[in-house]
Design a protein around this ligand. Sequence first.
Ligand code: FAD
Length: 360
Amino acid sequence: MPTQAVPEARPRVDSGARAPIHTEVVIIGAGPCGLFQVFELGLLGIGCHVIDSLSMPGGQCAELYPDKPIYDIPALPVCGAQELIERLLQQIKPFNAQFHLGEEVSAICRRPDGRFDMTTAAGTRLDTGAVVIAAGVGSFQPRRLALPGAEAFEGHSILYRVRNAQALSGRRLVIFGGGDSALDWTLELVHTAESLTLVHRRPEFRAAPASVAQMRALEAAGRLRCLEALAHELTSEGGELTGVRVRAADGTLHELPADRLLVFFGLHPKLGPIAEWGLELERKAVRVDTEKFETSVPGIFAVGDVNTYPGKKKLILSGFHEAALAAFAIQHHLYPQKKQFLQYTTTSPAMHKRLGVAES
Ligand code: FAD
């Protein structure tokens, strides 16, 4: 799959387990702050599961600006956004966090014993002692094809992500979009599709120039068709999608027979189910205190862009600080009898052991 490759430094990925998973902490969101939360908990010997609705870790950094340089990460004068994510994944590797990617957390229920039952839209169930919401600006949702009747075809004939490329082999495909996902899938699927038309609303593409050049070469060779047009109307027969009409810049309507429409109009964030969990919110952000970064529900913490408090600045640096303090608060929440003291990573034998750098 072109845009969903798993980087090497990625921790174990586990999706789709159905039996409840018992864990100390669940982190909702694998953006930079969720990843650093794994590290801070790991230093204290606390294990966690991480859930993200995207199919790869990295949050906004990976999804919105992977190639852009960041200049305000301490001690890294310049760092690519995707590079930052790779470095964080490398840093948390010793703690073996388990990732559930491509799953949105849909429900959290606080039990009388203070633990939480959590469910994802994919059916994974977790039983956890504490929750950290590191959900940024919310879970990213695909921008949908806004045509009458589209909803009835979504998930089978109209797709917003490709889960099974083989199922598209031998099909008549129309791909909408001009970004990397649209171009990457065009270049991948053109070899197995019966026919493929790429439809983009303007002549310029946001995708990598090399991909656009490859697509143009295939178009010149007659392997695919590329149209500058807007989706106009779906066509169907007996409940089956038969194609789509698109309107070109000059007003001409083109009829494109198709079995599958692949729509890559990008993603938009949605606070989504988090807004329904009974947490105190302020302007679509979760209110926390600045000692523990705990929400209005004991045992649920929030770090990174998703939280708010007086003076909050939505910066990665702020989220890292919040994750450090939240980890101590979570340790106290889970193990109130345990004495807390600050240890340095330079000198603590216990932390060296957890980091896997202890001398034998
Ligand atoms: P996010 O990165 O938003 O990650 C949250 C994750 O949670 C997402 O992956 C989302 O899919 C997931 N999620 C949400 N809800 C659910 C749910 N219900 N179930 C499962 N998963 C869920 N900051 C800086 O400090 N310096 C910069 O130079 C800088 N440059 C930027 C440039 C751009 C173009 C943009 C857009 C932002 C920039 N930022 C910068 C801001 C920075 O990216 C954010 O502060 C940071 O990403 C916040 O991290 P996070 O982990 O809190 O959330």
